[in-house]
Write a protein of this length. Sequence first.
Length: 327
Amino acid sequence: MDAFHRPCPVCGGADRFYLITNPRNGGAPYWRCRQCDHTEPADTLPGFDADRHDPPPTIDPETREAIYRCYGIVAQMCVERLWSSDGRRALAYLRQRGLTPETIRTLRIGWSGDGGSLLTDLWRREIGRLPVDRCFYSVDSAYDMALLGGLRFPGGAHPRGVLRGCVTLPYFAGGRCVWLRGRKLAPRPGEPRYLAPAGPAFAGGAPRFYLHDLLHDHAEVLLTEGELKCALAHQEWRAGRSPSPCIAVPGAAYLPPDLAAALRGKVVHLAFDVDANGAGQRLALRAAEKLRLAGAAVRIITLPLPPGREKADLDTYIFEETTHAPH
């Protein structure tokens, strides 16, 4: 452990709470847990000046719509790649997680491959239409708006492939793709499993749940953490085995007030991970409090934790229940 790593105050560990000194959105430095996604401002570190940073970039509505258009193009290219010979390994992974081909297609889950041609295709089809000074790009980002929002290049260079080896998980709202997350199929040690575009979340627009549009027609929903867990719960609902549709936040610690407000007046069944050390339960209680303050009626679902296991999560519970249930 060093000055940039410490135990997480929520879920413990030895060095999983790490300091992000230069956030890609230009905001203030902060601490983040790579296990439970808990965050805290960096001014909790003595001697660290969190006020010495540039303000986050602002994205005007016209540019935001162009970025959303890029998200949608990339999402569709990744869908096509998933169902090609290049996507066999990713498709096998999704099937292993219990998802049917119909669900995978309906939710437009995709596969980036090595990312080599995605940026070139996107540049030719869309980004070349954007003025360079209207774009946002950081050359040191692991997974950047270079893929998804056109760019500011040193010397006008062409984009480089940064989205590699990811199952792609698009967020749709009102028919537009407003965010595109990636799940690394084989992350290296210490590498995050889930990645999101650099810059402000949702390109600075209103935050949305995964499968957000389901809120329009349903007064009662299941809320979980993680898109693939949500996808399996959605599949169960479509099959008539679950009474409520499922939506998701990208991580248990992510529930800003304006997102919680989208559930005002709804009945929310909260199904977050259950951990042997209680970390997931604490995050569920925090989320429940945010939702109640926003005007939602909340019921926390405590998933059974089998003896000897460290964690219980929604997709494992569904998968095991449906696998062992009589057909």
